[in-house]
Design a protein around this ligand. Structure first.
Ligand SMILES: [Zn+2]
Length: 66
């Protein structure tokens, strides 16, 4: 796993510059303030607002995958 605590400390939400939380499956980074999830693709966090999902879309995406 490449997303460790130190990396998480460095990364910030590109929108509000706030702290991010790893999702439970460690496949995304959540900004609670913006209610956005930035996906982690091939172990690289995609820190782009236009690539982010709303929390709701993220949950729905997971439902369709399983
Ligand atoms: Zn944010």
């Amino acid at each position: 796993m490449t997303i460790n605590k130190e990396l998480l400390d460095i990364l910030a939400c590109p929108k509000c510059k706030g702290d991010l939380e790893l999702t439970s499956l460690e496949d995304g980074l959540t900004c609670r303030a913006c209610e956005l999830v930035y996906p982690i693709r091939e172990e690289i966090p995609v820190m782009l607002i236009e690539e982010s999902y709303t929390l709701q879309d993220w949950e729905e995406k997971k439902d369709t995958q399983s």
